[in-house]
Design a binder for this molecule. Structure first.
Ligand SMILES: *Cc1c(COP(=O)(O)O)cnc(C)c1O
Ligand SMILES: [Zn+2]
Length: 385
């Protein structure tokens, strides 16, 4: 068996397939591309997998990097899946679990996408990368680029968390600040020549790294899936990735039965996907004046919105918007009851879980996994002194 079972890139919009072993961004039709694998050729057993090191590269057959020597790693993956008994009891969800992505290099799950994205970019010959970011993706990609010896240019809003600027600087990447939102940073990146644009879903492999959250949840639960997975959704890569991972595991024959209902959580200050879901639309409209304390989910229009909406529809999930005050109150409450200082994006998933339990959408006996996508320590100003 080869290291990776990657077979082709497929367009989820027009259906065209593309050779994956080239430098390629979007499909010519403008859609993101998805990596496809020769899943039946994967001969891995669950026992063999269980004996591998506890990082995301344990799933290398279902990752796109072809040669082990091209793997760029800082030890990312296999984050804890923690029961939250006291908080769970308070909100009426006794079987509540937190997948804690705070315990990962650079402090957010963005490291997963960066590890796989940078490794694969390096493998196909890319040496200079550029990206717009709300902060955390920039920190992660700059760090992995440094580790790989790639040159990196990161453009971010001045309002992005200050720590992310420092993280980009310390690893020697070029930092460009824009007085605006992520869309303005993206416009700057488009003007730069000689860089490979690794914006969210503009290259096909970040999502492959993020999908390992779904693979890990399944493995950590002994290949029995939870009833609900709640995810803070910005660009949507994480939720699409988890859905993709579960479909691949089903194809592999390692899971069966219905998939978990996937819940996309946004802030009421920027909720284009929730709005599209509520209106029954297949794509979202750009959100005007986007603003929320949950900076990582301030994405007024996601390139992969149609895929997020498909993931929700396919799994019988839903989309929920919660306000900033609720997010901050929930962040505090979770810390008081469980000792976990989560990021505001993560806190949004807990606010949503509470709300969905109150409305009866989540049942008392449901096993619910909420994603904390990052470390509260990266947002110290969310706690007033
Ligand atoms: C980027 C980010 C998100 C949103 O991620 P997507 O997968 O792009 O939807 C959520 N939380 C944090 C902390 C982030 O940095
Ligand atoms: Zn296409």
């Amino acid at each position: 068996m080869t290291f990776s079972a990657l077979s082709r890139l497929e367009c989820p919009k027009c259906g065209l397939t593309h050779d994956p072993d080239q430098v390629i961004g979007l499909c010519p039709c403008g859609s993101p591309l998805l990596a496809r694998y020769d899943v039946p050729a994967v001969k891995l057993t669950k026992d063999e997998l269980a004996a591998r090191p506890p990082d995301l590269w344990r799933y290398h057959e279902l990752l796109p990097v072809r040669a082990p020597e091209n793997v760029v790693t800082l030890g990312e993956g296999m984050t804890p899946l923690l029961p939250l008994p006291r908080y769970g009891r308070e909100i009426g969800v006794d079987r509540l679990l937190m997948k804690d992505e705070g315990l990962i290099p650079t402090g957010t799950f963005k490291a997963r996408g960066a590890a796989v994205g940078v490794s694969r970019a390096y493998e196909v010959g890319v040496r200079r990368i550029a990206m717009p970011t709300n902060g955390n993706a920039g920190s992660a990609w700059a760090a992995y680029a440094a580790r790989a010896g790639l040159e990196a240019l990161v453009a971010m809003p001045v309002a992005a968390p200050e720590i992310c600027r420092r993280e980009v600087k310390v690893v020697g990447a070029r930092l460009h600040l824009v007085d605006g939102l992520i869309g303005d940073a993206a416009a700057y990146v488009r003007e730069q020549e000689g860089y490979f644009d690794v914006s969210t879903l503009k290259e096909p492999y970040r999502i492959e790294g993020k999908k390992t959250m779904g693979l890990e949840i399944a493995e950590q639960l002994g290949w029995r899936l939870p009833d609900v997975i709640v995810y803070p959704t910005g660009g949507g890569v994480g939720i699409i990735g988890i859905w993709k991972a579960l479909l691949e595991l089903r194809e592999l024959g390692w899971i069966d039965g219905p998939l978990p209902r996937l819940v996309a959580v946004q802030s009421t200050g920027c909720a284009p996907i929730v709005q599209a879901y509520e209106q029954g639309l297949p794509e979202s409209e750009p959100w005007p004046d986007a603003q929320t304390v949950a900076f990582g989910i301030t994405v007024p229009r996601a390139l992969g919105d149609f895929l997020v909406l498909r993931a929700i529809a396919d799994t019988g999930g839903t989309a929920v918007a919660v306000g900033d005050e609720t997010i901050l109150a929930e962040q505090r409450r979770l810390a008081e009851l469980e000792g976990a200082f989560v990021c505001p994006e993560g806190a949004a998933t807990f606010a949503a879980a509470r709300r969905l339990r109150e409305s009866g959408w989540i049942h008392a006996g449901d096993q619910v996994v909420a994603l904390n996508t990052g470390l509260g320590l990266k947002y110290p100003q969310t706690v007033p002194l």
